[in-house]
Design a protein around this ligand. Structure first.
Ligand SMILES: N[C@@H](CCC(=O)N[C@@H](CS)C(=O)NCC(=O)O)C(=O)O
Length: 211
């Protein structure tokens, strides 16, 4: 969401939620989002949107330029396709690997209000799937500069967030994945990424088991 807003040139008043301190489990935050997850967009009038892509969709409508979710029917369909692919094959694979592996996520293998124990086999499967994701990304980007074609879009934001996150957990793409590396350089050189990298700090991701 931060990358999407930066690409749009939108700045919003923000309130930091202390995830390591478990603020999102407290009554005050749960009154705002019973799902216990960030981010949450609060609109004038009080409506709240807790889904990241719901938030992006809102700003795509209110700030259509530059378009990040496509203009034509074909662009919209391709961007949605590759965004969902990156989320499913990259982000959720990385999340399985990360949340089922690192000690600080013990008892917090899924985001949300309920505590789930880690499943080591899921971490292993997640790692294998991240490597497959890298391989497929390299193939996909062999004939185009961006995920959905010639133009940067939400699909690139989703795809780079998964890569960025997995790399910080020590899962590096192969050196020979040149199309992936070239694309990563292209995307991470963008002013939005320079000011709002997909991850600000690993500390933001550290959550303690809910008491
Ligand atoms: N579930 C949403 C993302 C929301 C989400 O999972 N947010 C994480 C931070 S990236 C969170 O709030 N985690 C709190 C926790 O792990 O306790 C999605 O699939 O797009």
């Amino acid at each position: 969401v931060r990358l999407f807003l930066a690409e749009k040139g939108v700045t919003l008043p923000t309130i930091h939620v202390d995830l390591p301190g478990g603020e999102h489990f407290g009554a005050a935050f749960r009154a705002i989002n019973p799902e216990g997850t960030v981010p949450v967009l609060e609109l004038d009038g009080g409506i709240r949107i807790f889904d990241p892509i719901g938030i992006c969709r809102y700003f795509e409508h209110t700030h259509p330029d530059p378009p990040l979710m496509g203009r034509t029917a074909t662009e919209k369909a391709l961007i949605e396709q590759w965004h969902r692919w990156a989320e499913r094959e990259g982000f959720y694979a990385m999340m399985d690997a990360f949340r089922n592996m690192v000690p600080r996520m013990k008892g917090r293998a899924l985001p949300g209000p309920d505590n789930y124990e880690q499943i080591p086999a899921l971490a292993e499967r997640g790692k294998a799937r991240v490597l497959r994701y890298y391989k497929r990304l390299d193939e996909i980007l062999a004939d185009r500069p961006y995920m959905a074609g010639s133009t940067f879009s939400l699909a690139d934001i989703s795809a780079v967030a998964a890569v960025d996150f997995a790399r910080r957990e020590g899962l590096e793409p192969a050196a020979g994945a040149t199309h992936l590396h070239d694309w990563f350089e292209r995307v991470s050189a963008r002013p939005a990424y320079q000011t709002q990298p997909a991850l600000v700090s690993i500390d933001m991701l550290t959550t303690e088991p809910r008491k």
